[in-house]
Ligand binder design. Structure first.
Ligand code: PRP
Ligand code: MG
Length: 170
């Protein structure tokens, strides 16, 4: 099964000149989604994770089912201001301005093997910030993965842990 057959490319979203790779059509196709999650489970399972961190919002769709499949815990990395209780944040640069990603300060226990997941790697800014944040709260980040990688943006060069993707576009 070619996962690419189930991913839709939508031009000029979220702004003119950007080609948006939409996983909605993969999610809504049960067989293709099963296959994609099966392949992701093989890749991610090799890291022997204790906890999977999913990045809001599309990273949740990847990390939560994989955590169930692999029998590990799931933690939400959310945009600033969304998590209750004590949180730790990490700021990162956007094209215009900055954003911040947050974790609850007790989300990761020291020494736990953590894998960080998202749907797509573009510039790598979001994933890099989340990995840094996981380290800040004491996580042992042993890997990261996504379904899609936009190789022409070279986001992988910003990721300092082993990174895998199922499909890439160049
Ligand atoms: C998209 C995508 C990744 C990120 C990749 O998320 O889901 O999280 O951008 O871009 P980067 O590698 O250049 O950082 P988006 O911020 O659009 O939010 P969403 O997941 O909530 O739709
Ligand atoms: Mg996202």
């Amino acid at each position: 099964m070619d996962i690419k057959d189930h991913i839709r490319a939508i031009p000029d979203f979220p702004k003119k000149g950007i080609l948006f790779y939409d996983i909605s059509t993969l999610l809504s196709h049960p067989d293709a989604w099963q296959v994609a999650m099966g392949r992701m489970a093989k890749i991610v399972g090799q890291h022997r994770p204790d906890i999977l961190v999913g990045i809001e919002s599309r990273g949740f769709l990847v990390a939560a089912p994989l955590a169930l499949k692999l029998g590990c815990g799931f933690v939400m990395a959310r945009k600033r201001g969304k998590l209750p209780g004590k949180t730790v944040e990490h700021e990162y640069d956007l094209e215009y301005g900055t954003d911040a990603i947050a974790l609850q300060d007790d989300a990761l226990a020291p020494g736990q093997r953590v894998v960080v997941l998202d749907d797509l790697l573009a510039t790598g800014g979001t994933l890099n910030a989340t990995i840094e944040l996981c380290k800040k709260v004491g996580g042992n980040v042993v890997g990261a993965a996504g379904i899609i990688e936009l190789t022409f943006l070279n986001g992988r060069s910003r990721i300092d842990v082993p990174f895998d993707s199922l499909i890439s576009y160049d």
